[in-house]
Design a protein around this ligand. Structure first.
Ligand SMILES: Nc1nc2c(c(=O)[nH]1)N[C@H]1C(S)=C(S)[C@@H](COP(=O)(O)O)O[C@H]1N2
Ligand SMILES: [Mo]
Length: 523
């Protein structure tokens, strides 16, 4: 190819692409929804990277064994044995310029992801609705197979680093049509579908759905690949606006019409808008980090709306599902939280060294101040449930096991007057408190609906053997509708309470208090 072809404008072979005469303008709603979409996709990408940085590894497997990743963004080599390090130790810190909010705040990153996705889906629905309502869908959805050969012609022009003539864009070029149709009607829904597949509420209610995506790790890896495509599209789309007939595009984008005399004005407006959006994205990080507790309060209250509409009514069915069988059991199980030490809990250590002789769990209620102790033997004599379920830590790892134990409702008996929640406390301590005060016992609280779920159990066996020490032995919580941070290990007590605001920092659990997770761990 001659060197001068690089800079000249090439008109491809006589243009045969047929389309109806169409309004070439960009109505206000189209321009506004594009700007909103741009802002929200940036927030989704940045909070998504924050989530990924909490466990920068990806798998295609039914477990998340170190050394079997297909992709990782960390040089840290992990030991292959279980139970010697925690997933919190594998976190990477992102700069607040990159992550939302950055600096190992996966809890807040997850809330930002949830808040942004709710707005993004809403904006998408309005956009698609108006696209069909106004008939403008004809500009972007191809209605003839001719679009493929025509798009190929365009592609060849671009690949020779040239630009098709302006008449090619009346109003859209076939390659653009294919790109937009793919992103709006295939990629965007794909991101929503793989995203919700990572929710424990959905997994425990519809296990087949998660299996369809290749399990939790399949959904997570596919969501990552979709993210790369989406980011690539955004960069190309914005880049081409400036590279290809920018005097038309910029005026179009700002003023909605094609009066190229206003090009300079449009250029200034677009550049300032992009700079303003960049500043806004980064400001969100610093505002969040400036008061993380306040950010948690606002974001969780907002995202709870989405959980209420879509997730809170889904009841887990692990004990009756048939999609996951013993074949799906994972070889490797990560750990979060290491077993109590002698200083942390001499009682637990003494019982462990004594074959659990003397180990007890207190069952009671803080409203009337009653309490009784049960032993492991008494627990084993109670009605038993056993099922296969996948554990997901909100950081991203997962493992499937058979869990056996006693339903919490069977243990607790009747709900006393005035009890609205149940608190489960551990013999182990929190890994770290938010204000670095001395570490307090790890705990989680549950609302009445979650307590009543048939897959909320106190488990004493995993895969047919006593629960391993590092996985919470001799007895740990399983709350299949929720992420791992609600599954208290090394259980010491289970009590009815009036309100979780009276315990710890008042956010409903150790991970809520010190890592700013949501009380509701269903997604
Ligand atoms: N006592 C106690 N329980 C705990 C934790 C902890 O740090 N301490 N971590 C929680 C988190 S975040 C997860 S993901 C699971 C991990 O369970 P596993 O170690 O059995 O895989 O335990 C939960 N229960
Ligand atoms: Mo976790």
């Amino acid at each position: 190819m001659a060197a001068d072809a690089v800079i000249c404008q090439v008109t491809p072979r006589p243009f045969t692409w047929k389309r109806q005469e169409m309004n070439p303008d960009f109505p206000f709603w189209l321009r506004a929804s594009h700007l909103i979409n741009f802002i929200l996709i940036g927030m989704l990408l940045r909070s998504g990277w924050e989530i990924l940085s909490s466990l920068p590894r990806l798998w295609w497997r039914k477990d998340s064994a170190p050394g079997t990743e297909w992709l990782k963004f960390t040089k840290r080599e992990l030991p292959k044995e279980e139970g010697v390090y925690t997933s919190l130790m594998d976190e990477k810190s992102l700069s607040p310029l990159i992550g939302l909010p950055g600096r190992e705040n996966v809890g807040l990153g997850r809330h930002w992801h949830g808040a942004s996705v709710m707005l993004w889906v809403l904006n998408g629905i309005v956009y698609v609705g108006l696209l069909f309502g106004t008939g403008l869908w004809r500009r972007i959805i191809p209605t003839s197979w001719d679009v493929f050969p025509q798009a190929f012609e365009s592609l060849k022009v671009y690949l020779s680093f040239s630009v098709p003539g302006i008449e090619h864009y009346q109003p859209y070029d076939p390659l653009q049509m294919l790109g937009y149709t793919f992103v709006i009607f295939i990629l965007a829904p794909f991101m929503m579908l793989t995203g919700v597949a990572m929710s424990p509420a959905i997994r425990s209610r519809y296990p087949w759905y998660v299996k369809f995506w290749g399990g939790h790790q399949g959904a997570r890896s596919l969501h990552f690949i979709g993210m790369v495509l989406m980011a690539g599209f955004v960069i190309m789309h914005v880049g081409l606006v400036f590279l290809v007939h920018r005097e038309y595009n910029l005026v179009h984008m700002v003023f909605g019409d094609v009066d190229t005399a206003r090009y300079a004005q449009a250029f200034v407006i677009i550049i300032s808008t992009i700079v303003a959006v960049l500043v806004f994205w980064i400001a969100l990080s610093y505002l969040t980090l400036a008061n993380r507790v306040r950010a948690h309060g606002i974001l969780v209250r907002f995202t709870e709306l989405g959980r209420k509409i879509f997730l809170n009514w889904m009841r887990p069915r692990s004990s009756v599902q048939t999609s996951y069988t013993d074949e799906d059991i994972s070889e490797f199980h990560w750990t979060n939280g290491l077993p109590p030490t002698e200083e942390e809990s001499p009682e637990w250590v003494a019982a462990r060294d004594n074959d659990w002789d003397g180990y007890t769990i207190a069952i009671g209620d803080d409203i009337n101040g009653t309490s009784r102790e049960i032993t492991l033997d008494e627990l084993r004599e109670m009605p038993q449930v056993s099922y296969i379920a996948t554990h997901t830590c909100m950081q991203g790892w997962s493992a499937t096991s058979r869990w056996t134990g006693v339903r919490l409702v069977d243990l607790l008996g009747e709900r006393p007057e005035g009890a609205n929640y149940v608190i489960v406390e551990s013999y182990g301590l929190a890994q770290k408190m938010i204000d670095n005060r001395p570490r307090e016992p790890f705990y989680a609280t549950f609302d009445i609906d979650t307590v009543g779920e048939q897959d909320t159990i106190l488990a004493y066996e995993r895969n047919g053997r006593p629960v391993d020490i590092h996985l919470g032995g001799p007895a740990r919580m399983r709350v299949e509708s929720n992420h791992g941070y609600k599954h208290v290990k090394w259980v010491r007590s289970i009590r009815w309470i009036a309100d979780y605001a009276d315990y710890g920092d008042g956010r409903g659990g150790t991970r809520e208090d010190s890592a700013l997770q949501a009380f509701n761990g269903r997604i």
